[in-house]
Design a protein around this ligand. Structure first.
Ligand code: B16
Ligand code: MG
Length: 210
């Protein structure tokens, strides 16, 4: 029986994944490194520094330069986050979270992002979840299951009783590695190990009702 749902943030609860793309694209263009949406899909769910390594593949830079590039990208990203307001949260997302709570299902966030709490505050969802686990809690980012295991612990549930909803291949791998039920949305729907593939978050209501 499903007792909990752990949501990824960027690309699942919010379309902040597009802000990540825009911020990386600005950096890549400045460095004259080719970067497109296909390559961006490899960055989904992956930490900031690991994302930078993927962008810089085949190019040599010092550690100091890499730290400064990551900071530059994060500054651009945070400028874009200034556009966030509660209107950014889709009605389907709000209704689904409410419905899950009404059914007595625990809900949590499991995100690799260190900006998670800033984002949730800006859109008015900081108190909407029973627990938040994010990039500030973990040593290893997805595909390591650490962030989801922390989220499950914080809602007091066993991974086998929890769905993980992900838009990233790395996130589906992490869910499988942690013993969760992996549900894919968006880009992750092409992942063979997704137990369910959904078009909208409200499709979860059918899955938990199974
Ligand atoms: P930050 P998620 C992930 O969030 C993003 O998908 C990924 O693109 C980003 O690099 C990572 O967070 C770290 O984010 O730079 O804000 O700490 O999809 O796990 O919610
Ligand atoms: Mg994501």
């Amino acid at each position: 029986m499903i007792k909990g749902v752990i949501f990824d943030l960027d690309g699942v609860i919010l379309s902040t994944d597009d802000f990540h793309y825009q911020a990386w694209k600005k950096l890549a263009d400045r460095l004259n490194i080719p970067f497109n949406r296909e390559k961006n899909n490899r960055l989904r769910g992956v930490s900031r520094m690991a994302s930078l390594e993927i962008i810089l593949e085949g190019h040599q830079y010092s550690e100091e330069e890499k730290v400064s590039f990551a900071e530059e990208k994060n500054n651009t990203y945070r400028e874009l986050l200034n556009n966030l307001t509660p209107d950014f949260v889709g009605i389907d997302v709000r209704d689904t979270l409410d419905e899950l709570k009404n059914k007595g299902i625990k809900i949590a966030i499991g995100s690799s992002s260190k900006n998670t709490k800033l984002i949730l505050s800006r859109v008015g969802l900081i108190n909407a979840f029973d627990a938040i686990a994010d990039g500030t809690d973990i040593k290893n980012s997805k595909p390591d299951p650490e962030v989801f295991l922390i989220a499950a612990k914080r809602i007091g549930l066993d991974p086998k009783d929890c769905i993980v909803v992900e838009d990233a291949f790395a996130g589906i791998d992490a869910a499988v590695a942690g013993g969760f039920i992996p549900v894919a949305i968006g880009d992750a729907c092409a992942h063979k190990k997704a137990a369910y593939k959904i078009d909208a978050l409200s499709d979860l209501l059918k899955i938990v009702g199974d």
